[in-house]
Ligand binder design. Structure first.
Ligand code: RUB
Length: 319
């Protein structure tokens, strides 16, 4: 019987940290997964090219299985594995290290570029409502603040994990005045907002935006009130499989995020549902801001075809 590929502890740790949401947010997950593949390559003691390749595929499979909705994760894994080339272990190692370094620096650069484009949509005195915590959305606010644009923010706390607290803290670090509100107050506070600014975990070929649960209802309310809906999403959030009709899988998380055991027992026999994401149809979105420019949601498919073609291969599967 052949031995299972030997994986670096950092691969297991990164996979656990993503699954437990210590590492979270689509861009950060992609970056961490690429870094873990880089460590696997750097420290591998594989004695043949075939074993090295099998280790990298196994590492990618473990990382892939952590969370299903953010397409940045499979896109990152595909990018790194498709950059793996060479006839011996040293060549393969160097190619993976190079590809990982390029991927991570492109990711940073894309976010900066996207931020500058998004900042162009924000004007002095604007009030921005946020949902969850998105580094792409934050990049737009950060670039606007750097330009001297005065902004205020209404930050939704974003039950059940309260990622709004991270957004609130980072906005205060930028000097942006913050009003934190419970999720149920969003409709009321949209009267005071000029923009709804959110990130994305995946964007489908028809321009639908998959993001933290609550985004869809919020976008409908924002549209109803004439508040602009802006989605900040690097092109790594484009979901190439949706070009061929696949649906984006929505992660269902543990009941314990919604209710503790004692309260649940006190209530009685109930079902609890905890979907982590929802789908906002393109008609409720004004603009998707990427590092390649801003797009009306319906035309994002053009960028998706240009960047991914029909390629939806899964190089982490065994050949
Ligand atoms: C995070 C979330 C973020 C997107 C975009 O959900 O929905 O809006 O991932 O983030 P979770 P970024 O907290 O469940 O991971 O712009 O940083 O990629």
């Amino acid at each position: 019987m052949t031995e299972p590929p030997s994986l670096h502890p950092e691969v297991h740790e990164t996979a656990d940290r993503i699954a437990e949401m210590e590492v979270r947010g689509a861009a950060t997950i992609a970056d961490a997964a690429a870094a873990a593949l880089g460590t696997q390559a750097a420290d591998s003691d594989a004695e043949s090219a075939a074993v090295f390749r099998a280790e990298l595929r196994a590492a990618a499979r473990e990382l892939h299985e952590t969370r299903p909705t953010a397409v940045s994760l499979p896109n990152a894994l595909r990018y790194v594995l498709s950059g793996m080339e060479g006839d011996n272990v040293e060549e393969l190692r160097r190619s993976v290290e190079r590809t990982v370094a390029r991927f991570r620096s492109d990711l940073d650069e894309a976010q900066d570029r996207l931020g500058r484009i998004g900042a162009g949509r924000l004007s002095d005195g604007d009030v921005v409502m946020t949902h969850c915590h998105s580094t792409d959305a934050m990049a737009c606010i950060e670039a606007a603040v750097e330009d001297g644009t005065e902004l205020e923010a209404i930050v939704k706390e974003t039950r059940p994990r309260n990622q709004g607290h991270i957004t609130a803290r980072q906005l205060r670090e930028l000097g942006v005045p913050v009003t934190l509100v419970v999720d149920n107050a969003a409709h009321r506070f949209l009267d005071d907002a000029d923009h709804l600014l959110v990130g994305a975990d995946s964007i489908a070929a028809d321009g639908s935006v998959v993001n933290k649960i609550g985004t869809a209802g919020l976008a409908v309310s924002a549209r109803d009130r004439g508040v602009e809906v802006m989605v900040a999403a690097q092109s790594i959030k484009l979901h190439p499989k949706t070009l061929t009709g696949a649906a984006v899988e929505i992660e269902q998380r543990d009941d314990s995020e919604v209710i503790d055991e004692k309260t649940r027992a006190d209530i009685g026999d109930i079902e609890v549902a905890n979907p982590a994401f929802d789908v906002t149809p393109p008609r409720h979105v004004d603009a998707i801001v990427t590092e390649r420019g801003q797009f009306p949601p319906e035309s994002v498919v053009v960028l998706m075809r240009e960047l991914f073609g029909e390629s939806v291969d899964e190089p982490w599967q065994e050949p």
